[in-house]
Design a protein around this ligand. Structure first.
Ligand code: ADP
Ligand code: MG
Length: 258
């Protein structure tokens, strides 16, 4: 079975950044292949990895269902869509990327999510690692898309609202019929002054232990400003190495080298 790492948190906290750097660490340092899944309708993992996403699962659904495009005779729409899902995968030497895209209505959302879940059930057996960039809430987890999460990376901004949001996500996850084996809280963009007493009190009140604090990182911001891939930032980059160390701490090294 693949080792599944899910990244969650409020929008703009740094989920995609953490997901992309995790993918880089696993592929370049651990040297294992990854099935990368962008399950955020606000798709951006492809950009962070420096690839152009031509087609998403939401596009595929629209093509086949709304536009009723060329379904081969004798094949159901569902079977055809599942067959075509390969068109949405960007294949790479080190990782494959599947992008969910933005489904329109709730019905369509469910449909796309279902396709994503089926795909993930399938890839679970063929890649050593799966990394999922989730949307702000954890709709995917709640729809059991990621039934088995080995490591949940919860990215949180160092503000009271940020901590409260992260706590909500933890609570939601604990109420779902999913297995989250380990979870790590990452505070992102912590200033030089560190955490205010109010934030520390909030974290203590919720019993939230922070696994990693990331400072504001100019190189990451520059990469985003220039549309540069996070796979191209310096290999000595502090944030990249901190995320790598975190992964090593949580994931048994023996498992890693399988
Ligand atoms: N530690 C950091 N230092 C500087 N910029 C950051 C840092 N983490 C994230 N960013 C920038 O903040 C923006 C939002 O990050 P992103 O990873 O896209 O968040 P999310 O996926 O949660 O919406 C991006 O432009 C990203 O480059
Ligand atoms: Mg994102």
């Amino acid at each position: 079975m693949a080792l599944t790492i899910a990244v969650a948190g409020k929008g703009g906290t740094g989920k995609t950044t953490v997901a992309a750097l995790s993918i880089r660490y696993i592929t370049e340092v651990i040297r294992k292949s990854v099935s990368a899944i962008d399950a955020d309708p606000n798709a951006s993992l492809g950009m962070a990895l420096g690839v152009t996403v031509e087609k998403t699962i939401a596009d595929l659904r629209d093509d086949v269902i709304e536009r009723r495009m060329g379904i081969p005779p004798g094949m159901s729409k569902e079977a055809y869509i599942e067959y075509c899902i390969e068109e949405c995968i960007i294949e790479n030497e080190k990782y494959d990327l599947l992008t969910m895209g933005r489904p329109e209505g709730p019905k369509c959302y469910c449909y796309v999510n279902n396709l994503l879940r089926k795909y993930m059930d399938r890839v679970g057996n063929s890649y050593p690692y799966v990394v999922i960039d989730n949307e702000a809430g954890m709709e995917h987890l709640s729809r059991r898309t990621t039934n088995n999460v080995d490591l949940l990376l919860l990215v949180c901004e160092p503000t009271i609202i940020g901590v409260v949001s992260a706590q909500r996500i933890i609570k939601l996850a604990s109420e779902l019929p999913i297995i989250v084996k380990e979870k790590a809280i990452i505070l992102n963009r912590v200033t030089k002054d560190g955490l205010s007493p109010a934030i520390q009190n909030k974290l203590d009140e919720f019993g939230m232990d922070v696994s990693l604090s990331i400072a504001y990182d100019h190189e990451i911001y520059d990469a985003a400003s220039n549309g540069k891939s996070l796979l191209k930032i310096h290999e000595q980059n502090e944030t990249f190495n901190a995320i790598g160390n975190l992964l090593r701490n949580y994931i048994n090294v023996e498992v890693m080298s399988k």
